[in-house]
Design a protein around this ligand. Sequence first.
Ligand SMILES: Nc1ncnc2c1ncn2[C@@H]1O[C@H](COP(=O)(O)OP(=O)(O)OP(=O)(O)O)[C@@H](O)[C@H]1O
Length: 356
Amino acid sequence: MSLWVDQYRPRALDDLHYHQGLSTCLKALAASGDFPHMLFYGPSGAGKKTRITCTLRQLFGPGVEKLKIDQRVFLTPSRRKVEVNLVQSNFHIEITPSEAGSYDRVVIQELLKEIAQTQQVDLNAKQRFKVVIINEADSLSRDAQAALRRTMEKYMSNMRIILCANSTSRLIAPIKSRCLLMRVAAPSREEMQSVMQYVSKRAGFDLPPEAGDKIIDDSGGNLRKAILVLEALKMQSPDLSGPLAIAKPDWETYCHKVADMIISEQSPARVMEVRQKLYELLSHCIPPTVILKTIAERVVDRVDEAIKTDIMHWAAIYEVRMRIGSKKIYHLEAWVVKVMSIYKHFFYDMDMSSFD
Ligand SMILES: Nc1ncnc2c1ncn2[C@@H]1O[C@H](COP(=O)(O)OP(=O)(O)OP(=O)(O)O)[C@@H](O)[C@H]1O
């Protein structure tokens, strides 16, 4: 039994429900015999992955759906072992180099070289090249990006790269200029509604449009989230009528709690309590940037207009520091202290001005 998001995921370019223009373009490229390196970018759950797999199917036929998962060990120059998962078919290979943390360059360099130097073994293959999909390309380190750039130039004859990212801003210009950029925007409300109606039909029930609207309100343009919530709600109350209670994920509630703690007291003791909670979140593998963003948004929701921009400004600064540095907790905590100080000063200044 698979989840609806997988079970009803469109498998061919012709079956995609929205962004028809993109599908037409991808079909033409696949048929052209001159397939470029590509960069798919857009927000989470907009449908990048779905479009990439449909494109592969268009290029190679249903054989690309026969997947196997391997684990590969790479040796770093300091002889440390890093493990990375590979998902592959006879025609393509998919990697998430960020699994290797700061050793992502080793993974990119070794793996791409190896693939580029092996010829396509399947004589019936429709294309002479293999495709390498690189997930979370926007978290590649500078070194890894430089290595990627060199391989892109050198091994174009039997390899194509497809990068998948949320935004293009952290990718170096020479990579962007070697790829065809495909922007996959979040679907509109109507598009989401029609996909959910379709999924419901396939699952054998009618979705009341109001229930669909409620789910869309909560999804923030993330279609995967919407379909997951739809399935969960259908389990809870099979007729989907009446008020729907969409549960927030635990980590989100937890982040909100941290935000409330920051606002309700500003003291060294409170900083220590917040630190505990931050460790807890990090140990459950919630990405530090997501933690920072979620807490910041909640804080900003609850404070005076006058200090909102300041708080976001510092969140942005600490996010950058966090990406560069290695100990995430330091930067998260430094930001918390900064916010407490901004908040406290704001009230102090107000009190003083009442004496004027
Ligand atoms: N055109 C479409 N028609 C119908 N359903 C779609 C379409 N595109 C995407 N979906 C559904 O939306 C879900 C999310 O899409 P997908 O996993 O491709 O997003 P993504 O952009 O790669 O997200 P992330 O960046 O978080 O990995 C899929 O599981 C699929 O069921």
